[in-house]
Design a protein around this ligand. Structure first.
Ligand SMILES: *Cc1c(COP(=O)(O)O)cnc(C)c1O
Length: 398
């Protein structure tokens, strides 16, 4: 009986450690290859030599599968990409120089002149700019829809629609999309789904499992985690990654260098504890804010009053630490003063690092404008953050 129990425990342990722990700590690391060093080397080289001409020709024939030139493949970069693909549950992954490069590479690889895209409203600003300003120069048009109802996607489909561009939740107004329903519609119409998963991180929020074709991240945010590296990652099938590699990545050349890939790997080691801790603190900060008389509404997918909280729990089991607040004023000057009065939260764009941030923003929302303060909660103690918000709110006149 005791033996059986032990065997059962070992099987369970193996199943558990096979996933996140193993991926973050060991997967892709071949320590015998580099003096049994625990930390992987940064292979800082632009090119690689070949023993024979035949070997060089083989590499030319399939560059993605070889080490020829670092614009294509570099071992440090590939090691990091392998880990993120495994976390996301995708066949393959490609690291690029920024989240914006992940967006442009994935979209450009799947359209040509005359095509049409359906994109969610309030997607990340540079995704919007790609579709609003850049792609029309090449005769690719985009319809922007409110993503909270799948019928809006259906109504926007045209004969030449090639892509549904999604961001769930959007990173300012925190609107979710029903991925299962949207994928079903896309598959029935031969449309490729591309989703920005920067908010969710590749930890337990994995849209590949809902059938999304391409999942990408601004790895600058949670994956890097220390506000010191710009990077993007594209996760998809091997065929799609080969296609993006061969066309957009190699021609546009917006690659990630080995040093930055190494920093991403260092970030990955602690991703689970960083995210868990920040989410715990976020809960406390929100608990304080939701009771405050100057607060109108909290925009946070896992908040009990979020209209899509059920969908959020189903699609995105891991709670995160980015949210927005609507205060009982639409006066941007008052919101800006509030943020100026914060002593601890830093005034800055971006998010995903160890430091808490606040940013007042006015944005187009549904048929009008919305004014919010977006908060990112980092790794500080909740008491410090709550006291800071409290003193700044005391000064807010509404
Ligand atoms: C920051 C961000 C991006 C762009 O990533 P960069 O690494 O800054 O190029 C894309 N999507 C979301 C949701 C982001 O927050």
């Amino acid at each position: 009986m005791q033996l059986l129990k032990e065997v059962f425990f070992l099987i369970k342990l193996k199943a558990k450690t096979m996933n996140k722990t193993d991926i973050l700590t060991h997967l892709g690391e071949d320590r015998e290859q580099y003096f049994n060093a625990i930390a992987p080397p940064i292979i800082q080289t632009s090119n690689f030599k070949f023993d024979t001409m035949a070997d060089l020709k083989n590499a030319f024939a399939y560059e993605r599968g070889s080490h020829l030139y670092t614009r294509g493949n570099n071992p440090t970069v590939t090691m990091c990409a392998k880990k993120i693909a495994a976390l996301e549950g995708s066949e393959d992954a490609l690291l690029v120089g920024s989240g914006a490069a992940a967006i442009s590479n994935s979209v450009l690889a799947n359209v040509q002149a005359g095509d049409h895209i359906v994109c969610v409203q309030n997607a990340y600003s540079w995704a919007n700019k790609l579709m609003e300003n850049f792609l029309p120069r090449f005769n690719v048009a985009t319809t922007f829809v409110n993503g909270s109802d799948v019928a809006n996607f259906e109504n926007a489909i045209q004969e030449n629609t090639k892509i549904f561009f999604l961001e769930s939740p959007t990173s300012l107004m925190m609107e979710m999309q029903d991925l299962k329903a949207i994928v079903k519609l896309a598959k029935a119409n031969n449309i490729i789904t591309i989703l920005d998963n920067s908010y969710g991180s590749p930890l337990n929020n994995n849209p590949i499992k809902w059938g999304i074709d391409i999942v990408f991240h601004s790895a600058t945010k949670y994956i890097g985690g220390h506000s010191d590296v710009l990077a993007g990652v594209i996760c998809s099938s091997k065929a799609m990654i080969d296609k993006i590699f061969q066309s957009e990545m190699m021609t546009l050349g917006n690659i990630l260098g080995p040093q930055d890939a190494w920093l991403l790997m260092r970030g990955l080691r602690t991703l689970p504890i960083r995210v868990k801790e920040a989410a715990k603190t976020t809960k406390k900060v929100i608990k304080f804010l939701e009771k405050h008389p100057k607060v109108e509404k909290i925009l946070y997918p896992h908040h009990k009053k979020h209209p899509q909280v059920k969908l959020a729990r189903k699609q995105m089991p891991q709670e995160m630490s980015l949210f927005s607040v609507v205060f009982k004023t639409d006066d941007m000057a008052k919101l800006e003063k509030f943020v100026d009065d914060l002593k601890y939260f830093l005034i800055a764009v971006s998010w995903g690092g160890y430091e808490s941030l606040a940013l007042p923003i006015q944005t187009k929302y549904q048929d009008g404008l919305a004014q919010v303060v977006r908060f990112y909660v980092g790794l500080e103690e909740s008491k410090v953050l709550i006291l800071d918000i409290e003193q700044a709110l005391d000064k807010m006149e509404i």
